[in-house]
Design a protein around this ligand. Structure first.
Ligand SMILES: Cc1cc2nc3c(=O)[nH]c(=O)nc-3n(C[C@H](O)[C@H](O)[C@H](O)COP(=O)(O)O)c2cc1C
Length: 189
């Protein structure tokens, strides 16, 4: 057991707000995506999809989808709000939208398919962070928006966005956040 796994004891997210929107190399992105789809998945149903949003598509999605949807719901938005909503995805160098796309199955419950989709998010996040990138798993309001889900190829009545994995560069190491006391969480039967 000589493998150095210290990464998993220290892993930390960097908020999208605090990351630099530098590009992620194509090779690293390929590795991150292949780690992302290598997850436990009952019945090998692959009940998830990943949509890669990068380069000029980040701004396009911000302006043509997120901002538009925000303004539709908030026609009297302030300048500050418009500024935030017109550049959401552009906080990252690449954003990976993970959709949970459950299928009908006689034995495997939908809940397990949704759990597997969370595993995709966690693998994408961990892999990006293990390579030294700043990364965060977020949903924010637009993960629950019908048009956003549809623009990403999902069916609003069936699919859900498990998360957006923002990946960029660190400007400084993140501070530790409050972590649970193991004794409050873990017990021995
Ligand atoms: C499903 C899910 C959705 C989340 N959505 C948000 C969000 O919208 N905004 C936010 O600031 N953090 C959100 N978080 C929390 C952050 O991803 C994360 O918990 C926090 O940055 C600390 O993560 P770390 O333990 O990797 O350091 C979400 C987490 C999960 C699991």
């Amino acid at each position: 057991m000589a493998i150095n796994n210290s990464f998993f004891y220290k892993r930390r997210s960097v908020t999208a707000k605090n990351m630099l929107a530098n590009k992620v190399s194509e090779n690293d992105l390929k590795d991150i995506l292949s780690a992302g789809i290598r997850v436990p998945d009952h019945g090998a149903l692959n009940p998830w999809k990943i949509v890669v949003i990068k380069d000029e598509r980040l701004e396009k999605f911000d302006k043509e989808v997120i901002l538009k949807e925000f303004l539709r719901a908030n026609p009297n938005a302030s300048e500050k709000e418009i500024e935030i909503e017109s550049s959401r995805l552009q906080r990252g160098g690449v954003v990976l939208a993970v959709l949970s796309t459950p299928v009908e199955h006689p034995k495997i419950p939908k809940w397990e398919m949704q759990l597997s989709s969370a595993a995709v998010c966690m693998n994408l996040l961990s892999c990006a962070q293990s390579k030294g990138y700043a990364a965060q798993w977020i949903t924010e309001w637009y993960a629950y928006n019908k048009v956003v889900i549809e623009k990403l190829g999902g069916d609003f009545n069936r699919d859900k966005i498990s998360g957006f994995i923002y990946i960029g560069q660190q400007s400084e190491p993140p501070k530790e956040r409050r972590r649970p006391n193991p004794d409050d969480i873990i017990s021995y039967y």
